[in-house]
Design a protein around this ligand. Structure first.
Ligand code: A3P
Length: 328
């Protein structure tokens, strides 16, 4: 069902972290179930630690329920933000439970157990299998690696895309402070431009999903729209879920999801995760916050012109031949 292609060992050594190592390209070879029913589908690969081999088929064959909610993103695209929004909307704004049960438990990260080598984690695939319904499931896996029954049972699938230049900056901090990456900024940026980091290729992660965006059970969102007008996004998401809330309830939700409020919300700000990972990985003390700044366009002051130009070229090249556009 899958083929695993080794990467150039120099790149593996240059771009891996203690958190996830031994990267390989994972290719889906069995295309008998295609998301759009298109028999000519040629799936995009995904870079993951070799350890994923032991779990790939289990994930591809996972039992899917109609009331599942799947949140799919490339890392740092606003996953946590969307998870909190979707969970609350699907649970009729149950703030009590949202504050007493951590988001990581309400919305489980499917494959994390399959690639983390240095931290003792529960079997997150089993957690998903045994979650109370409706299950909320977070994943960064590319389209081809997702359970095939998503396209047969058709539960709600929400994809969030974010401008790769902001993702790059956010991911760079995440790689350093949460994955213990010891390389230089240049190493990291080269990894982005060479599409050799975990979950790459980055742009094709989004463009491949864009091809299924019109399916009735798929909702495609942009981080930048959530930032510019959360009210419009909430309207869209409520419609997708068949939910209706008063203007006051929606205003309260918008405030709950704002960066400043979410940053202080221990049940959803992932700070606990930063602290436990830092300790477990032996990463030197730091002040990194998962909720870093949550803005659009900070790459302009964090990246040198040389890399901005290279990234622009890289993105334009990858988007060639598609009608997909990132949010601005
Ligand atoms: P920055 O590092 O640019 O601040 P993910 O959840 O996919 O890992 O994405 C994390 C990014 O989403 C971080 O971006 C984080 O600050 C941002 N984010 C999380 N919650 C947010 C919110 N309520 N408003 C704006 N940005 C948010």
């Amino acid at each position: 069902m899958f083929r695993y292609k080794d990467l150039c060992q120099d790149n593996v050594k240059r771009f891996e972290t203690p958190f996830n190592e031994n990267f390989v390209e994972v290719h889906l070879t069995d295309v008998s179930v295609s998301p759009t029913g298109d028999r000519t589908w040629s799936p995009v690969h995904c870079i993951l630690p070799k350890r994923y081999k032991h779990f790939a088929e289990r994930i591809r064959n996972l039992t899917i329920y109609e009331d599942d909610v799947w949140i799919v993103t490339f890392p740092k695209a606003g996953t946590t933000w969307a998870q909190e929004m979707l969970w609350l909307i699907d649970h009729d704004l149950d703030y009590e439970k949202a504050s007493s049960v951590n988001l990581q438990e309400r919305s489980v990260f499917l494959e994390v157990f399959a690639f983390v080598t240095n931290i003792d984690l529960p079997d997150t695939i089993a957690l998903v299998e045994n979650m109370p319904r409706p299950r909320h499931i977070k994943t960064h896996l590319s389209l081809a690696l997702l359970p095939k029954d998503l396209w047969i049972v058709k539960p709600k699938v929400v994809y969030v895309a974010r401008n790769p230049k902001d993702v790059t900056i956010s991911f760079m901090h995440h790689y350093k402070y949460m994955h213990g990456f010891k390389g230089s900024q240049q190493d990291f940026l080269d990894g982005i431009l060479m599409d050799q980091l975990i979950y790459c290729p980055q742009v094709r992660h989004a463009t491949e999903f864009w091809r299924v965006a019109k399916l009735h059970h798929v909702l495609f969102l942009h981080f930048e729209d959530m930032k510019r007008s959360m009210a419009d996004v909430l309207e869209k998401v409520c419609k997708f879920f068949g939910k209706s809330f008063t203007a006051e309830e929606l205003a309260h939700l918008e405030n709950h999801l704002s960066f400043d409020v979410m940053k202080e919300n221990k049940a959803a700000n992932n700070q606990q995760l930063v602290e436990s990972t830092t300790e477990a990985m032996g990463i030197p003390p730091h002040n990194h916050k998962f909720m870093r700044n949550g803005q659009v366009g900070t790459y302009q002051r964090e990246l040198q012109r040389e890399y901005l130009d290279k990234l622009d070229e890289f993105i334009a090249k990858q988007l060639g031949g598609t009608d997909f556009k990132y949010g601005i």
